[in-house]
Design a protein around this ligand. Structure first.
Ligand SMILES: *[C@@H]1O[C@H](CO)[C@@H](O)[C@H](O)[C@H]1NC(C)=O
Length: 731
């Protein structure tokens, strides 16, 4: 039997963002409250509420010892440790010099800060004093002289709460941090479901929902990166929550390394969620005086379903996470050389492909893998990684001259000339490289254990300052000499051998230093993250790069699933989405060009990844029109709100609506996967419009918001893989 869920009452609070009342703390968003207090007897922090707005602590008649075997089992703890009677999974685990792992963190003091300080060495959300307020609660373990600072920042407009934790060793012997979760939250009841994004290479971000049952359930990454397997994101929902109704809590970890998500329903019926760095790859040593800061976890609450939770993440991330100046800008339609030419090219074939691209109206030509390596030229995937000098045989006149010639090409149907972009994989190395000959010690390894290869490549140890310096120099050398407008930063394997567990986190910090230096030095470059597709599609990367390659799978049907899944957390503006040739080289499926293009233009960075020479004549004729359409929808995709109207996993007719922030423009995407015989077409009911306003649907007439949302639109579709893109304007 399921509990009957009563809909939360929607109340907007005008309460101050942070209210401290004696021992009790409240963080208030527009429609969210988060509350906890200091226990007057123990000095521990006790959670009181995370959900819709409240003005005092919920009325609880349960004594802290609710009966049973443990005195702690009914307590909702704000920063749970292990070793003092709470037998659930802990948020913190510190190993002291003498070997014990008990902690005794008690409230000491707190600080309220207007705005939000940046996290040292880590990507983080940011905002002005009027956007965000921060509460830091200082905890102190007097037995070990270890301090824990819990930092909470509330973005009231977005109903978003950000938490991170810092441990400081103020004792006189070294300690080791074995586990440090960014987020730990104890919910009072037990009837939740969890929503997560699992996947693989070419199948990223598959939505998965399951009941939270007794005991531990979770997921994470041991790969060294966030990875394709599981996105660093968790949502808890009530059993009746849908896209547009019910409560949803979202937790998104701003981190690119190995992570761990644990959800535990205790036998007493409480539910704990823990999100943070992966404890298997931490064991972080702290000498006296040193600190370790966790990455931050962004929590969002909505009482209006999973879709509303997603839109809150999207707006927050566009306004307060992504730093690139391109975040609000339309992105140039690009053509990437990879699927058209793979490794088989030289200066003249590349220039010819760029000329072709210009004729179709492409604005940015991207030279992918295979342009570098002198002594060990990169002509296949067995050599050259690490040697970031242009291949003089393929490009006897250098990259600069190629890029300048491409910059002179005029893009058809516009006044623009072509920009030039380039592929890099700077964290990787082939044994067949000059770099490996000079610096075999720079490669990640564990003593004498074999350095195991994937795709014939090894990983540089980015924890080493000399490796960071090398990467910054190698990329800068090219950017200082060649007019590069875009970089695709790839990363094609996971981390195997590592010298120590803590090296995993040190590597990620090292890469963040590299990203920080390069993106501030070259702010005019559009940086795109990539890791065999979406293997590092996470908020940590998005702090530095405004867009990420969503998947190596460009099959349009699969892409609807992947892009809808990715949009659970990440705004459409951040997704790279291209058209490739058919049959698709991953799935073998053939879909019409128009359908492929319509799916791809739901991503912020639209492009082509094919050789236009070898596609059918009728498709060639269609490309300029599709590019023009992609450019027309792009402003709404980049800056608008996404409403997932119909999900691909539950319908043959998936659909999405993008609405500009001011509500004046919208674009509707409607798809038919399989044609059906003599069966009525569904009514597509729009969402997110103003019921009393009138809207002009291009080519279809003018209707009220109420008619479009309550009545709906019925479209006639034809063959398999049919699609429609409809412009909507408020009149
Ligand atoms: C992007 O637009 C948002 C408003 O939607 C604004 O808050 C933000 O500052 C803009 N960012 C940049 C870099 O222009």
């Amino acid at each position: 039997m399921r509990t009957t869920w009563i809909s939360p009452v929607s109340a907007e609070t005008k309460a101050k963002p942070v209210v401290v009342d004696g021992p009790s703390f409240a963080l208030n968003g527009k429609k969210v409250s988060y509350r906890f207090h200091v226990d007057s007897v123990t000095g521990d922090l006790i959670s009181d509420h995370f959900g819709g707005s409240v003005s005092e602590d919920p009325v609880a008649q349960i004594l802290t010892n609710g009966g049973g075997w443990s005195t702690q089992a009914h307590i909702r703890r704000e920063f749970p440790d292990l070793g003092r009677g709470d037998f659930r999974t802990p948020a913190v685990h510190v190993k002291h010099a003498k070997g014990y792992t008990v902690c005794d963190f008690k409230y000491k003091s707190h600080t309220v800060i207007e705005g939000k300080p940046a996290l040292p060495d880590l990507p983080s959300t940011f905002g002005q004093d009027e956007d965000v307020t921060t509460l830091v609660v200082h905890l102190w373990d007097s037995y070990s002289s270890v301090a824990a600072d819990l930092s909470y920042s509330i973005f009231p407009k977005h109903d978003a709460l950000v938490r991170s934790v810092k441990i400081t060793n103020k004792g006189d012997s070294s300690i080791s941090v074995e586990k440090l979760a960014s987020l730990s939250v104890d919910f009072p009841h037990s009837d939740y479901e969890m929503l997560q994004l699992q996947g693989e290479w070419t199948r990223e971000c598959t939505r998965t929902r399951r009941k939270v049952d007794y005991g531990m359930q979770g997921f994470g990454s041991n790969t060294g990166y966030s990875s394709h397997y599981h996105n660093p994101f968790l949502s808890l929902v009530t059993p009746t929550t849908t896209e547009s109704h019910g409560e949803a809590w979202g937790f998104s970890l701003v981190y690119t390394g190995s992570f761990s998500v644990e959800v535990e329903k205790s036998p007493q019926g409480l539910t704990r969620a823990i999100v943070g760095m992966n404890p298997c790859q931490l064991s972080w040593p702290l000498a006296p005086g040193q600190s370790l800061a966790s990455p931050e976890c962004v929590s969002v609450y909505s009482e209006r379903g999973v879709g509303d939770m997603s839109r809150k993440f999207h707006r927050l991330y566009r306004q307060h996470l992504i730093r690139s100046k391109f975040v609000n800008e339309t992105r140039p339609v690009l053509l990437n050389s990879w699927e058209g030419l793979y490794f088989n090219f030289d200066e003249s074939t590349i220039y010819k492909l760029a000329q072709e691209s210009a004729k179709y109206g492409v604005k940015l030509f991207v030279l992918d893998d295979g342009w570098f390596g002198d002594k060990h030229p990169r002509v296949d995937d067995k050599a050259g990684l690490g040697d970031w000098v242009v291949n003089p045989k393929r490009f006897p006149n250098g990259l600069k001259s190629l890029a300048e010639n491409i910059n002179k090409l005029k893009a058809a149907n516009s006044d623009e000339t072509l920009k030039f972009g380039l592929w890099f994989e700077p964290e990787m190395i082939n044994q067949n490289s000059e770099l490996y000959e000079q610096h075999p010690e720079w490669v990640l390894h564990a003593g004498q254990y074999p350095r195991s290869e994937t795709r014939q490549q090894l990983v540089l140890n980015a924890a080493l300052p000399e490796v960071q310096e090398f990467i910054v120099k190698s990329v800068s050398n090219i950017l200082e000499t060649v007019p590069v407008a875009y970089i695709k930063w790839d990363n094609n394997r996971g981390i195997h051998e590592s010298p120590t567990p803590d090296n995993h986190h040190a590597y990620i910090i090292g890469m963040y230093r590299v990203f920080e230096r390069l993106t501030s030095k070259f702010p005019d470059v559009i940086w795109e993250g990539c890791a065999s597709g979406g293997g590092r599609f996470d908020p940590g990367i998005l702090h530095y790069f405004p867009q990420v390659w969503t998947s190596d799978n460009m099959d349009a049907l699969d892409r609807i699933h992947i892009q809808f899944g990715t949009s659970l957390v990440y705004p459409a503006s951040t997704m790279g989405a291209h058209i490739s040739a058919v049959p698709n080289d991953v799935t073998g499926r053939t879909t019409p060009l128009r359908f492929r293009a319509h799916v791809a233009m739901m991503g912020g960075s639209f492009g082509l990844e094919l050789n236009p020479d070898v596609i059918p004549e009728e498709d060639k004729a269609l490309i300029p029109e599709l590019i023009a359409l992609a450019e027309r929808v792009n402003p709404v995709i980049i800056k608008g709100d996404m409403w997932r109207l119909v999900l691909p996993e539950s319908s043959n007719y998936p659909a999405a609506l993008f609405i500009s922030e001011d509500g004046n423009q919208a674009v509707l995407f409607a798809f038919q996967i399989r044609s059906t015989s003599v069966h009525n077409f569904p009514l597509l009911r729009l969402q997110g419009l103003d019921a009393s306003a009138m809207y002009k649907l291009e080519g279809q007439g003018t209707f009220s918001g109420a008619t479009l949302m309550n009545g709906g639109i019925q479209y006639r579709f034809g063959a398999d893989y049919d699609s429609k893109v409809v412009f909507i304007e408020k009149v």
